[in-house]
Design a binder for this molecule. Structure first.
Ligand code: ZN
Length: 697
């Protein structure tokens, strides 16, 4: 039997993919791709799109489609055999792509193509692909002299070790702390399910009482609910000194500050080698924001708008804490606690209550109906007779047709949590839209895009022997809309070249626009009415409950926004003109940022940078601002829908404009151009501030 991972004629054959097929398929594809690259490298003819770019794209597509199926299965149907096969092949795949990004002969060919007469005749999408390739080669150090390149690669290797060490230290520090409590009286206020978990953790260690740790599910409820102030202070102190010189279990080899200083120095050195003046510029070279100054201005402007609101949030919290909780000197370890009490007093409703109004069938129906009327498409579930192969009985499969009845996209929907599935929610591409030329008959056809939409919601429960539908919390509904937004970006693209089709080639700080955009509809009364139906009474969501949800949404939004801005500004400044050896320390810089931005100054012993993994061990260095940046884009894009509503209903003309200028174009042109084409101007902050209740008009 042939290997199903090597059949690219249609949808993946999930029912036929067995673990034994994985390694042979990957070996075959890697071998085939290496042979092709070798042939291309040695081809003396002038590089053209047809003899050079297209064959490389085709070969890489086969590899990524096959490997995509394997890594998808590894994420949603994990088991020991599959994990072993995955881990065995992962380094080989990583190695292949690393070689590709360092391949000087390919770089040379891209340069030749860029300077050839053909380049001027390419479509704009293809021009952008060539330019993106050249940019990525340069950022990978391809243009450096032999000596400089050696140093550049050394730095990259060292940085990757330091980041990994940063994470290890943080994890070790988190795990090293255990707090055992024997006296139940000391745990007043903490919810029963949290106490039960704490008790079980103690029992498994043969101890009595309750065990608390610095992991979120233990730490967070303790900070929010424990009436015992000393207990909160104790665990807060432990949490904010993790992986620092102040850690209670003082282990100097676990201090992340020397690592931070090293990372900053090496990033700076690598940036200079590449011809930039700092790492922030390197980071922004692939993003929508054009300069560090633009990002700094953006953040400061947002902070100025949010500050009065944040001050009001804090004033209210202080008054409440003094009057109702007898906390007249609100400390860092009181904030979550007092906030939770204030929230309870103001907006008395539970997630459980809201959940009864969101049965799965009604939510999906409502979401599909919304995008159908917005974008003039039709979404239908594939009938069972079609025997679409999936990886689990709970997975559903859908077709999307356009107004003239043409099939334009398909997606798998895998909603429920199960032990074999990785946590979180995500969209991934199974097949990407592109035009495929058939050389034999000189004709071409469009390859239909296919997406995986994966969530981790609770599955339907069987009550009294008849199945009830799955019920979603409002937060889960928002997650579903978010991922569906990514899905539509992938599926409704009109681009015909793979590298910039759908979400491919879209700037990092703009890629969340279509997903966050969709979230807005979950706060739209006209939309929610149509997608809610109480699981027992059949009633749609009452307006009074919706109003409470809306108020709770913006609870302390001013303080939250300032906190995000504080992190983002610190991240940007530390990668701009900061030199760890020049006298000012990382903590000094953070102090300055806080003095300028924050309404709450944390205590002196707070070592926040030592656990800021996003920027020291993740991909967010000089990019943390992206969260707020993309929120501004999505809110501002959404505001055009608000402005053009007809009798409270969505406007299909605005919908088709959104498809045409944002979703359809994918990464084929800069995100700013797409935004301006849709909105008629550059992004403005106003809509985001209004959606967060920070300004009213
Ligand atoms: Zn997202």
């Amino acid at each position: 039997m042939s290997n199903p991972l090597l059949d690219f004629s249609g949808l993946p054959h999930f029912a036929e993919i067995h673990v034994e097929y994985i390694t042979p398929a990957m070996n075959a594809l890697l071998k085939e791709n290496r042979a092709l690259l070798e042939q291309i490298r040695n081809d003396p003819s002038t590089p053209t799109w047809q003899n050079f770019v297209q064959p490389v794209v085709d070969a890489n597509e086969r590899l990524s489609r096959a490997w995509g199926q394997v890594s998808h299965l590894n994420a949603v149907m994990n088991n020991p055999q599959l994990r072993e096969a995955y881990n065995e092949n992962l380094p080989l795949i990583t190695q292949f792509y690393a070689e590709l990004s360092q391949d000087l002969k390919l770089f040379e060919k891209f340069k030749q193509l860029r300077n050839s007469a053909e380049f001027d005749c390419l479509t704009d999408a293809r021009k952008k692909i060539v330019d993106d390739e050249l940019r990525d080669f340069r950022l990978g150090g391809a243009e450096l002299s032999v000596e400089k390149k050696k140093r550049f690669l050394e730095i990259q290797e060292e940085l990757s070790k330091l980041s990994s060490k940063f994470n290890d230290n943080l994890l070790d520090a988190t795990n090293a702390y255990n707090l055992y409590i024997d006296d139940k009286e000391a745990l007043k206020g903490i919810p029963d399910d949290v106490l039960q978990m704490a008790q079980e953790q103690a029992v498994t260690e043969g101890k009595t009482g309750w065990k608390f740790t610095l992991h979120m599910p233990s730490y967070l409820p303790l900070m929010q609910y424990a009436d015992n102030r000393e207990l909160r202070e104790k665990i807060y102190r432990a949490y904010v000194t993790r992986a620092s010189e102040l850690e209670t279990e003082l282990k100097t080899e676990r201090d992340n500050m020397p690592i931070i200083n090293n990372i900053l120095k090496l990033r700076q050195e690598a940036s200079i080698l590449l011809g930039y003046s700092n790492y922030a510029e390197v980071s922004l070279a692939t993003k929508m924001a054009t300069s560090p100054q633009q990002v700094l201005d953006f953040l400061k402007q947002l902070a100025d708008k949010a500050r009065p609101h944040a001050e009001k949030d804090l004033r209210e919290l202080r008054e409440f804490a003094a009057k109702k909780l007898n906390l007249s000197d609100l400390q860092a370890w009181d904030l979550a606690y007092a906030s939770e009490k204030l929230r309870e007093e103001r907006y008395a409703f539970s997630d459980q209550e809201v959940k009864q109004y969101f049965p799965e069938n009604k939510v999906l129906e409502g979401m599909f109906h919304l995008v159908e009327s917005l974008y003039g498409i039709l979404i239908t579930k594939a009938p069972t007779e079609r025997n679409i192969q999936t990886w689990h009985a709970d997975v559903k499969f859908f077709d999307i047709h356009n107004a003239s009845g043409q099939l334009i996209g398909q997606f798998y929907l895998d909603l429920y949590a199960r032990p074999s599935k990785r946590g979180g929610a995500w969209m991934d591409d199974a097949i990407t839209r592109r035009r495929i030329e058939n050389k034999a008959n000189n004709q071409s056809a469009i390859q239909i895009p296919v997406a995986y939409l994966t969530c981790n919601f609770s599955a339907p429960v069987k009550a009294n022997h008849h199945a009830r539908p799955a019920l979603f919390t409002h937060a889960e509904v928002i997650v579903l809309f978010h991922e569906f937004g990514h899905g539509l970006h992938h599926l409704l693209t009109q681009v015909e070249d793979l590298s910039v089709s759908g979400i491919n080639g879209v700037e990092w700080d703009a890629v969340e626009l279509p997903s966050q955009f969709m979230e807005n509809f979950c706060w739209e009364w006209s939309v929610l009415q149509g997608m809610t139906q109480h699981v027992e009474s059949g009633q749609s969501l009452p307006r009074t409950l919706f109003d409470k949800m809306l108020k709770a949404k913006n609870f302390q939004s001013g303080m939250q926004m300032l906190r995000q801005i504080e992190f983002a500004l610190f991240d940007m400044l530390i990668h701009c003109d900061f030199k760890p050896d020049a006298g000012k320390t990382v903590l000094h810089l953070l102090d300055e940022v806080r003095k300028e931005i924050a309404v709450i100054i944390p205590p002196d012993f707070n070592r926040f940078p030592n656990s800021f993994a996003h920027i020291f061990a993740g991909g967010y260095a000089a990019g943390y601002y992206s969260y707020k940046w993309a929120e501004v884009l999505s809110a501002d894009a959404y505001s055009l829908f608000e402005e053009t509503q007809i009798d409270g209903a969505v406007n299909a003309a605005t919908g088709s404009k959104f498809i045409k200028e944002i979703l359809a174009v994918g990464g084929s042109r800069p995100a700013m151009e797409s935004f301006v084409a849709f909105r008629g101007r550059e992004p403005e902050l106003q809509a985001l501030l209004r959606h967060n209740g920070i300004v009213t008009a």
